[in-house]
Every structure is written in C-alpha cells, then in structure tokens.
Design a protein around this ligand. Sequence first.
Ligand code: PMP
Length: 433
Amino acid sequence: MNSPLITNHKNSKAQFERAQHLMPGGVNSPARAFGAVGGTPLFIERGNGSSIYDVDGNCYLDYIGSWGPMILGHRHPEVIAALEQSLATGTSFGAPTEAESLIAEQIIDAVASIEKVRLVNSGTEATMSAVRLARGFTGRDLIVKFAGNYHGHVDSLLVSAGSSAATLGVPNSPGITAGASKDTLVREYNDVAGLEQAFAEHGPQIAGVILEPVVGNMGVVTPTDAFCKALNSLTKQHGALLICDEVMTGFRVAFGGAQSLFGLQPDLTTLGKIVGGGLPVGAYGGREEVMNYVLPAGEVFQAGTLSGNPLATAAGSATLRLLKEQPPYEQLEQSGAKLEAGLHEAANKHDIPHTIARVGSMMTLFFNDLDVGDWSAASQSNTERYAKYFWGMIERGVYLPCSQYEALFISTAHSDDDLQHTIDAAEEVFAIL
Ligand code: PMP
C-alpha cells in the first residue's frame, strides 16, 4: 500500500472539544466516543456506498454501517428515492397510514414466526415491549438472559450486558433499582446445563428467555445446536416465551433472520437496525395469540407518538423490498468469506494469536485464540492489541468497530477491491502490532 497514512484529525478534535461541553462525553451514544480504543472520535460528514468521509476530508471504508442498518451501503439510490417521495407528502401524522401496513406485510412475509407485528422507534423499545408482553401474556415475572448479550438500555435487561456496557466496564449500570433487576436471571450463553437448572429451579415463574440468536454484542458468537434445541424445548415445556432479539441479525444474516439459520422457534422476535433502512425503527412481533395481548387488541400497554413514522417506514420498506427482490446474502457470504480468509492468513503470517467468528456479513476478529462461545472466553481477548489494530486500520483508511466486543458489518456496496484493501491494510498493521 502506498497512500500516505491518515493522521490529520484536526477538525474532528475541534468538534469533539465543542461537543464535550454540550453532551455527556460529547456523544449521544457511548460506543461512539472511542472509549475502548482511546483518542478522538471521528466526526463524520457524509457517506456514500461503502465509504464515509470525516470532517477533515479523510475517506474510510466503513465496516460499522451505523452499527448494522446500512446493509445496502450509504445513500442507496432507491432508498433515497423512497425517502424523497415520502418527504413530499409530510413527515408525521400520528394517524394510521398505508405505509405501515406495507412494511408490516413485508416483515410478516420475511420472518416465519411473526404473524403480527408492532412498529416502534428503536431496538431498545422493541425489547422493552417484548419483555413486558411476555410478562403480561404469561402472568409471570422472571426473564432469563445471557451474559454478554445486549438488548438495548432496558432497565431489567442491563444486567451483565454486552456492547458498550461491557466495553466500558459497566455491565450493571448504576440507576437500575434492585427491584428492576431482581426478576432477571443471567446464565452463560451456550450453557445448556445452566439453562436447564434455571428452569428446574424457577420454571413456573419464568415468563421468557431472551437471547441474541447470533451474538454481535460481545463480538460475534454463534449458538450451538444443543443450545438452540434446549431453548426451543425448555421454553415450550414450561410455558415460557422464547424471545429472539434479532435487532442486529434480522435481515442481516438471512432474510428470515438468524432463527431461520439455527432452527430457533421463537414466540416473539424483536427487530431494529435494517428494518429502518438507516432511520429510527424497531419492531416486535410473533404469534398472533401473543401479539393480541398488546393494547388496544389486549391490555398490555405500549404506545409511540412517532411509531410507524412515514419517513422511517419508507426507508425501511424500500430496504426490505430490495433485500427480497435482489437477495444479497450469497454475495455477502462471499465477501465475508474473502475477508475472513484474508485476515486469518495475514494474522497467521505475523504470528498473531486470534480467532475469527463470522456469520455471513457479521464478523469479529478476537485477539484471543480460545474457541469463543461465551462471555467468559470473549472477555479474555487482548483489548490493548485491538486498540492498536483499530488505529492502524484508521491510518490506512479502514473504519472498524471501536471495540473488540462489537461485530463488523459488510454491506453490498463493499467491492472486491475494498475487501482486498482491507486485507492489505490489516497485513501491514499485524506486522507492527
Ligand atoms: N438488541 C440488540 C441485539 C442490539 O444489537 C441493539 C443495539 N446494538 C439493541 C437491541 C438496541 O437497539 P437500539 O440501539 O436501536 O435501541
């Protein structure tokens, strides 16, 4: 590689200085502050296709994709056209629109376990509502979650949480009352015996089990076959609901979600990210019998002033339509496989202990040579080395997740040349780690 290294972040530094006086930590969501890798977060001015550009005029290949939503890359012409068309008719009515039924049909058509769906504005709202519904439907209190899984900043789920909660050392946030977390049981991911024990001890009180069906929030971790079978059978046997949190994996790892790849049979599914095509949308849906407990069909309260917003549903609908009409999953698998093989070879060449976990276009290179199947293994990664890798890649024009405990995302806009550039950059960085 012979382009000069990117080291000028003068304007980002100035903007961060200003932002720190205005917003806590200078950001509106903690992962963005680069807390785990140090240094100044880059302020982004614009994006196009696979690239983003910062306020110093530097260009990067973007492997965050807004933390997942941008599966078609930035400014996909058909998504932009749908937004422009919607914009011409007004931005919000707080009344039913046909666009909501259209996207609801698209979701129900895509995800086999969803018979009815409710739109919300974020992944957090989706999981919060799904947990309330599981409790309302079953009349029980306890929720089982898994260490290192992140389900948004819902009080009862911010217990042993992944993502920035784990990265920044606050898996259990202050401000969450003992009352809010006492009904959450935490088990290790992929631990069948732990799950069996939870049901043996508390079966009649368990309202539901929530999981990331492929974890992205402790780095990528996949579920074992035995774990999926146990999740299906134990929840059924004990009358608890299985909740697949597919906020990250929905429409990402397969059109039908991770549940379609791993044989999971959820009662409820939560969605976000891709379902909004880059605008704020979340959704939860599932068996009709369960969804009919939601107000005004039933009595479980859940509402939203901007839910089903026309602009958000337009971007989401256009994205889902494109993913159905021109399924990109084969291409994304090939891109993921190329990047995985290239990074693996480059790391081996320089004797860097590592493990790569990947499902399609979601991937993590752990600086850790354990078989990473749960948070205990993931958390043994060399995060200092990750920080050096991250900045080495930034210098070479590649924008990776700013934490070891996040997934990178490949979009359909990433070309073969983009992937090769990324592999070449990584090889240079591994040589100096
Ligand atoms: N669930 C999962 C699996 C997620 O990855 C996230 C966000 N990264 C959320 C829930 C929360 O979504 P949001 O940030 O839109 O509230």
